[in-house]
Design a protein around this ligand. Structure first.
Ligand SMILES: [Zn+2]
Length: 381
């Protein structure tokens, strides 16, 4: 990843130095978000809601083709197709389509992207994202859509990752002592950080005692700790310190003991960010088989697909996730994990944040990467 990150950062730096900003993939323009205060989506099948061999345990019972009523940004009713006709509501016929909850990407870096790509992320179906590394001011000023869970800068050693490579402009807080590291946790918490990001990758890294103190202080402030750990020893170190989640699936083969140490914790996939090697894919398969919670994540910013990433979806299939499992890793599971209780499911009372799809994602998960329409909080993007 580091090579790719350095290349990306260098290109961005050159662009910033040369002409003010890297050319976006699409010209910035005034956003034409159409509000749909009261609407019935008629006749689509709600993905994952039908019992089948592929459906994950706990999925909702079958509803068949359904009407979904949206009002003031919420889902207010779901009923069999053709039965909802509330006064004043517009009807949109979606017969032959599927609906799925909008996605949650649990690993992004939006601060290093042109702003237009943040809008594209939302337009292409991501309702919420977890930003795992941004300068401190980003905690105070960041976009409202997609909704963001933010770590702010990583807590690291002097001249440690990422300030020694791609993140020299505020992406790390360099701590020379345990006391400084604890103070940094407090500073981030006071700025509204939602979690702490701790790199355990190439040296220099913080010593074990400091890492353990960071985790203890983060937990005292009700913040989880995500570790950037790509090797077996680093992943084992993170587990021993009490970290809560792996920011990436490690790329070097994990020992059985390390997989076991993470079995009751959480891993963010990011398989594509490191080239989707066989070792990475196998690590995810083993972590999942051991019982780890799996959250879909791309490392957008270091990867470049602003939306639901077809490469990541295909790699998740390689790691043994079927359509229902992929859907869960991008919707229901992260919504519960990150406390985004109104996302992740299509049900009355939930946010009207959903994807209109041209195929059943339980059978063809790659359809998630090409939504026909996207609604976020009731607004057609
Ligand atoms: Zn990252």
């Amino acid at each position: 990843m580091r090579a790719l990150v350095v290349v990306t950062w260098t290109l961005l730096g050159l662009a910033l130095a040369g002409c003010g900003r890297r050319a976006p993939t699409r010209a910035p323009q005034a956003r034409q978000v159409r509000l749909s205060p009261h609407l019935v989506l008629r006749g689509a099948v709600i993905a994952g809601a039908r019992p089948s061999a592929a459906t994950a345990p706990g999925a909702a019972p079958s509803l068949g083709p359904s009407d979904v009523e949206l009002h003031d940004g919420r889902i207010v009713a779901i009923a069999p197709a053709g039965t909802l006709a509330p006064p004043g509501a517009a009807i949109r016929d979606l017969s032959g389509r599927w609906l799925a909850p909008a996605f949650i990407d649990s690993h992004v870096h939006l601060a290093i992207l042109p702003e237009v790509m943040t809008g594209e992320l939302a337009d292409r179906g991501v309702a919420a994202a977890v930003d795992l590394g941004a300068p401190l001011p980003y905690l105070d000023h960041h976009p409202g859509t997609p909704r963001l869970i933010v770590s702010g800068p990583m807590i690291t050693a002097p001249a440690g990752y990422p300030v020694n490579s791609w993140g020299e402009d505020g992406y790390g807080l360099e701590c020379g002592s345990t006391a400084e590291a604890i103070a940094s946790v407090n500073r981030l918490a006071d700025h509204g950080a939602d979690l702490i990001k701790l790199p355990l990758t190439e040296p220099p890294t913080l010593p074990d005692a400091t890492i353990a103190a960071v985790v203890t202080q983060a937990h005292a402030r009700k913040l989880r700790v995500a570790v950037h750990a790509l090797s077996d020893p680093d992943a084992a170190r993170g587990a021993a310190a009490g970290a809560d989640l792996l920011a990436h699936t490690p790329v070097q083969p994990l020992a059985d003991a390390t997989v076991a140490a993470w079995r009751a914790r959480t891993v963010i996939t990011t398989l594509g960010a490191f080239g989707g090697t066989a070792a990475t894919v196998d690590n995810l398969r083993r972590l999942r088989a051991a019982g780890a919670t799996i959250l879909y994540g791309t490392d957008l910013g270091n990867t470049q697909t602003a939306g639901i990433d077809p490469n990541e979806l295909a790699l998740l299939q390689q790691a043994g996730l079927d359509g229902a499992a992929i859907l869960a890793a991008g919707t229901r599971t992260p919504a519960a994990y990150w406390g985004l209780g109104d996302l992740g499911q299509l049900a009355p009372g939930k946010a009207a944040s959903l994807l209109v799809l041209d195929a059943d994602p339980v059978l063809d998960p790659l359809t998630l990467a090409r939504p026909v329409q996207v609604y976020l909080d009731g607004a057609l993007r």
